[in-house]
Design a binder for this molecule. Structure first.
Ligand code: HSE
Length: 310
């Protein structure tokens, strides 16, 4: 195997998962970017190619560059790296576009150096990219991209990531309406404090969702996929949100909410057939509104970033 160059799949991710703002996330199989990382003799980091999106190649302005620099500062490696980024996840779509690039860069570099860093450390490096993208070093997209499956970020300072069991029959539907919402903008509209009553409801749901995932109790998962805090505010930014959610639940989804900071809307279902039906029902709303969109049905990606053949 040529260990000087690697091509990888960097999954899209759903952050928050209704009740777990900034702490819960999951990785998807059906959508993701591709990246090629090369080890080169000349020291330093460069982004040699970006396709699919108009993004800066300057290292300090690119999330993969910034995350890669954090990696290189901590590494004893004396050579350099070149990065090619093939974006399939649109920017401002709410399914972890920046996280895929940041996580992919550090994961690939680590692999080419024979893995000197742990997954935990890679998440820390990738968070530098998220800070550049949204102003906040949140880890709820980069953690599932790197660990795979569901993750819970108990704390970012110090970082504490807990991988969570993935029930076998769980599938995700994602509808990405073609409007762009910047994470930084959709964070600005949130309140900085919440009522004790809302807090009680919210942490009851987070705890129960984690228990439901471990017990593969789909009823409990369904009852817990509720967001009393962020969704009521952010959903105003997404045309047709209430109707899409209504249709998803009507078609049998366990729950439905905003994917990350939106505008993508996700639903979780038990079984592929139900997930397909749910995706169709959600799509219909945007069709009736004449709003273009991309629909996806995906397994939960338990592996995270994966090697592809070059
Ligand atoms: N937790 C972050 C937010 C995720 O909702 O702002 C952004 O993808």
């Amino acid at each position: 195997m040529n260990k000087d160059s690697i091509k990888i799949f960097c999954p899209a991710t759903i952050a928050n998962i209704s009740c777990g703002f900034d702490v819960l996330g999951l990785a998807l199989s059906a959508i993701g970017d591709e990246m090629v990382i090369k080890k080169v003799r000349n020291p330093g980091l460069s982004i040699t190619k970006i396709s699919g999106l108009d993004l800066p190649k300057e290292i300090h302005k690119n999330v993969a560059g910034v995350a890669g620099l954090a990696f290189m500062e901590a590494s004893e490696y004396k050579g350099g790296f070149e990065i090619e980024i093939y974006k399939k996840i649109k920017a401002g779509s709410g399914i972890g576009s920046s996280a895929a690039s940041a996580a992919g860069a550090v994961w690939g570099m680590n692999y080419l150096l024979d893995s000197p860093f742990s997954q935990h450390q890679l998440v820390q490096f990738a968070m530098a990219g998220e800070k550049l993208a949204s102003g906040v070093a949140h880890a709820d997209n980069v953690a599932p991209a790197i660990y795979g499956g569901f993750t819970l970020v108990r704390s970012t300072e110090p970082l504490d990531v807990i991988p969570i069991h993935v029930p076998k029959e769980l599938y995700a539907s994602i509808i990405h309406p073609h409007i762009e919402i910047k994470t930084s903008d959709s964070r600005k509209i949130l309140k900085t404090s919440i009522s004790l009553a809302d807090g009680i409801k919210q942490w009851g749901n987070v705890g129960a969702l984690v228990a439901g995932l471990y017990q593969e109790d789909y009823g409990l998962i369904s009852r817990s996929l509720v967001d009393h805090i962020v969704e009521p505010i952010r959903s105003i930014l997404i045309p047709g949100f209430d109707e899409v959610k209504h249709e998803a639940l009507g078609a049998g989804a366990l729950g439905c909410g905003i994917s990350g900071s939106g505008p993508s809307i996700f639903a979780l279902s038990k079984g592929l057939k139900t997930a397909q039906k749910v995706t169709q029902a959600m799509s219909k709303v945007f069709e009736n509104m004449d709003l273009s969109y991309d629909p996806y049905v995906s397994k939960i990606n338990t592996k995270g970033i994966q090697i592809m053949t070059l």
